[in-house]
Design a protein around this ligand. Structure first.
Ligand SMILES: *Cc1c(COP(=O)(O)O)cnc(C)c1O
Length: 473
């Protein structure tokens, strides 16, 4: 039997377990199998050092702290820190915020066929640069480029890591050591450090600003053209709008001006609508095929905004210029991997089949009507009430958001579950939901926790119902 010293005379510090004793407990050995021995030892050292510091501070209350209690406490703390370490990785979450393109939650959720393609086609060996019909080497991304050509009417297409990379590549290859003309109304910051003037500066092109914040005319562009000019650039002001007394030349006016002056016209379109989304209130998102039809030479757009695939920078435009981009050493540095191509290919294929609106979650989530959301919210509330959960649920009208720097003034009508509890504050409810596995992400307004089912799927609604029963039974 281990001696259990209960007297204050033995220093509690001497009863403190060593790092070695902590990591030899059965529980610590199990945790070690998850995080590795080196990490386990480092975490156990932190735990014992913290406990030593605490014991030093509170020397009076030490009589009850025997060896066994301290070892138990150390093991418990070690378990907690290991758990935190493991939870810091990428985890699935349930997005009940109603923000469809939630940048912190990974922007676009992938379609079923994209998920399937990632797992079944691309996660092992695959035909990334191999033609299985001839046995010869194939070109990376050939099918995605074909789909992009088909969907936009452009002569050629190319894919890099994100839209910021696409801008950098285009400006570097097509305007480096010359001037690029851009309207003062389009010198935007997109968030995550993408600022048009900074991208221009790092690509080596000299930015020439024309016009004013709210009004820029074709004349402004014409006057700025000289022998150093390489590019006219337009940037879609994705995440804000200037309203009121505004004007800007049309895409075709700018194309014509560029071509009359032997220059290129580049459009950074941001979100990349491949369809007309005006019924969703997104009528001012440039439709890529229209931009090409209006004579834009190169258009860049994001893969993981409205388009609804993975992070990628998609470029479409005239063959001559796309080939220059493809042959530049930067392209090799910015190109994407097989997983990205798999998800893009499956997503673009849904657009080509004409089923994107029902298959691609960004579009189907935005299309859900307030009536449908009322039905789903009520069904979930009934389920939770039937379980005997003590959380109070009100069904209230509200608004969702597009997010991700798209449609800043589009707030689709939705139906929310508003949660309150006699014993818990809104932030306690929010925290309990967030600590579920998977975490359920909600928002708080007016001391209530709000759940918006626009951004969830039925199986997640079942998970939310069971979390609400479990946490508040
Ligand atoms: C979002 C956006 C970008 C950056 O796109 P990423 O894919 O996030 O790099 C660039 N330009 C515009 C106009 C955008 O809306």
């Amino acid at each position: 039997m281990a001696r259990v010293p209960k007297t204050a005379s033995e220093s509690p510090l001497r009863a403190l377990p060593s790092v070695d004793q902590v990591i030899r407990t059965e529980r610590a050995q199990q945790l070690g199998a998850l995080v590795g021995l080196a990490k386990l030892t480092a975490l156990a050292r932190n735990v014992t050092e913290n406990m030593r510091a605490q014991l030093n501070e509170s020397s009076g209350a030490s009589e009850l702290l025997d060896r066994e209690t301290l070892l138990d406490e150390a093991t418990k703390r070690l378990e907690q820190t290991c758990q935190q370490e493991l939870e810091r990785g990428l985890r699935r979450v349930i997005n009940a915020t109603g923000v469809v393109l939630h940048t912190n939650l990974g922007r676009a959720p992938l379609s079923e066929s994209a998920r399937q393609a990632l797992v079944s086609e691309a996660s092992g060996y695959c035909t990334l640069e191999y033609d299985s019909t001839t046995g010869a080497r194939g070109r990376r991304g050939a099918r995605v480029e074909q789909l992009l050509r088909d969907l936009t009417g452009a002569e050629d297409a190319l894919v890099v890591n994100n839209c910021a990379a696409a801008s950098l590549l285009i400006l570097t290859v097509l305007a480096n050591s010359g001037e690029t003309i851009v309207s003062r109304g389009e010198l935007v910051e997109i968030g995550g450090d993408f600022r048009v003037p900074d991208v221009m500066a790092s690509s080596g092109t000299r930015m020439v600003e024309v016009g004013t914040t709210n009004r820029t005319t074709l004349e402004d562009y014409t006057r700025a053209i000289n022998s150093e000019t390489r590019l006219l650039m337009r940037v879609h002001p994705s995440n804000y709008r200037v309203i009121g007394f505004t004007s800007a030349p049309s895409l075709s006016d700018l194309s014509n001006l560029a071509h009359q002056s032997n220059l290129l016209f580049y459009l950074d379109a941001g979100s990349g609508a491949l369809l007309d989304l005006s019924d969703l209130g997104l009528g001012d998102e440039p439709i890529i095929a229209n931009c090409i039809a209006e004579g834009v030479d190169i258009v860049s757009f994001s893969g993981d905004k409205l388009l609804g695939a993975t992070q990628a920078g998609l470029m479409v435009g005239r063959t001559e210029f796309v080939w220059k981009l493809r042959k530049h050493p930067f392209y090799r540095a910015l190109r994407v991997d097989k997983l990205c191509y798999a998800a893009l290919e499956a997503t673009l294929a849904a657009y080509a089949r004409g089923t994107a609106r029902s298959e691609v979650p960004t579009l189907s989530f935005l299309s859900a009507s307030a009536d449908e959301l009322t039905f789903r919210a009520s069904r979930l509330a009934d389920q939770v009430r039937a379980s005997g959960s003590k959380v109070e649920i009100d069904i209230v009208a509200g608004n969702s958001a597009v997010g991700g720097g798209s449609g800043p003034n589009v707030h689709p009508e939705t139906t929310l579950l508003a949660l309150t509890h006699a014993a818990y504050s809104a932030s306690e409810i929010e925290q309990k939901l967030r600590s579920s596995n998977p975490p359920i992400i909600s928002r708080i307004e007016d001391d209530r926790v709000l759940l918006d089912l626009r951004t969830t799927i039925p199986s997640e609604e079942t998970e939310i119902a069971s979390a609400l029963s479990r946490h508040f039974s």
